[in-house]
Design a protein around this ligand. Structure first.
Ligand SMILES: [Zn+2]
Length: 293
């Protein structure tokens, strides 16, 4: 394994903890925020890399991915090829280099096996359909085989690909990017559930676009479905409206890769768009234009 990039935390969990319908990554509502302390305790209990309960009946190497499964999995399985293609898509869209650092995918044959494993090695974690963790030595995804496995793995594996090169990516942007890439390739990042959700909230007057609020989020458990949807929307707007905006996102990620304390995306956008008020209005107009198509 390569030496982790500078600044990699000892443990970082991307909780994917959206609570309401429409988010794919949490199986049950978690009433309490997922804080840093519970996650740290979960890590201390781990020893999970050597756990005998880890899926180990089949192993498939696919580019950067090391897939460990409870069941036979062909290298040419469509889902495996899909995840391999995703690596290039993430790199190309975000202007990020490709890393060779392995991302381990642990696929459990059923929910019961998965829950017993996570309950033992990640106690205190909320029950969720799949999750990604980053330690000082390993990037890993855990998921049970179920109907939405392809979507869940695209989401979690995107976290792996991004964290392999930009471990300091801000939480909200990390989720916005993963929401963008969780869709089948043909969707081109157009997330119908998020468009419908945001449109409804904006019409109700119960939500306003606010990048400062997103940037203030520090704990995965703080993210609601509104945050996930808005984070996705910013990423879609940056990637699909003008080459200049796409470049701002790419340069920001490149800068975060070098120095996590670089100027935030909001400051860069305020400068480029003539202020954040204009910027927020443009993102809102983008949602409305997507909904009208
Ligand atoms: Zn996520």
């Amino acid at each position: 394994m390569q030496t982790p990039p500078p600044g990699r935390p000892l443990l970082q969990v991307v909780a994917c903890a959206a609570l309401a319908a429409g988010c794919a990554h949490l199986a049950a509502v978690t009433p309490e925020p997922i804080g840093a302390a519970p996650l740290a305790r979960a890590a201390a209990n781990a020893g999970w890399p050597d756990a005998p309960e880890l899926p180990n009946r089949a192993e498939v190497c696919a580019g950067q991915l090391m897939i460990h499964a409870d069941f036979p999995l062909a290298e040419q399985h469509r889902m495996v090829r899909d995840l391999e293609t995703l690596r290039g898509d993430v790199s190309q869209r975000l202007g990020l280099p490709i890393s060779d650092e392995p991302v381990h995918l642990y696929l459990f044959e059923n929910q019961d096996r998965y829950e017993r494993f996570t309950g033992r090695y990640f106690p205190g974690f909320p029950v969720r359909r799949a999750f990604f963790i980053e330690t000082d030595t390993r990037l890993a995804v855990f998921a049970p085989w179920q109907d939405r496995i392809a979507e869940d793995l695209r989401h979690e594996t995107t976290h792996g690909y991004v964290h392999a090169v930009v471990p300091g990516v801000p939480l909200w942007l990390d989720e916005g990017i993963a929401e963008y890439f969780e869709l089948p390739r043909v969707a081109q990042g157009r997330h119908a559930d998020h468009i419908a959700h945001l449109t409804g909230r904006l019409i109700e007057g119960t939500w306003r676009i606010d990048i400062d609020r997103l940037e203030s989020l520090r704990l995965a458990g703080e993210l609601s479905q509104d945050h996930y949807a808005e984070a996705w929307c910013w990423v879609h707007w940056l990637l699909h409206t003008t080459p200049e905006r796409r470049k701002i996102l790419q340069e920001y990620l490149a800068d975060v890769r070098r120095d996590e304390k670089t100027a935030p995306l909001s400051a860069r956008l305020a400068h480029a768009e003539g202020g954040l008020v204009a910027c927020h209005a443009a993102v809102r107009a983008h949602v409305e234009s997507l909904a009208a198509r």
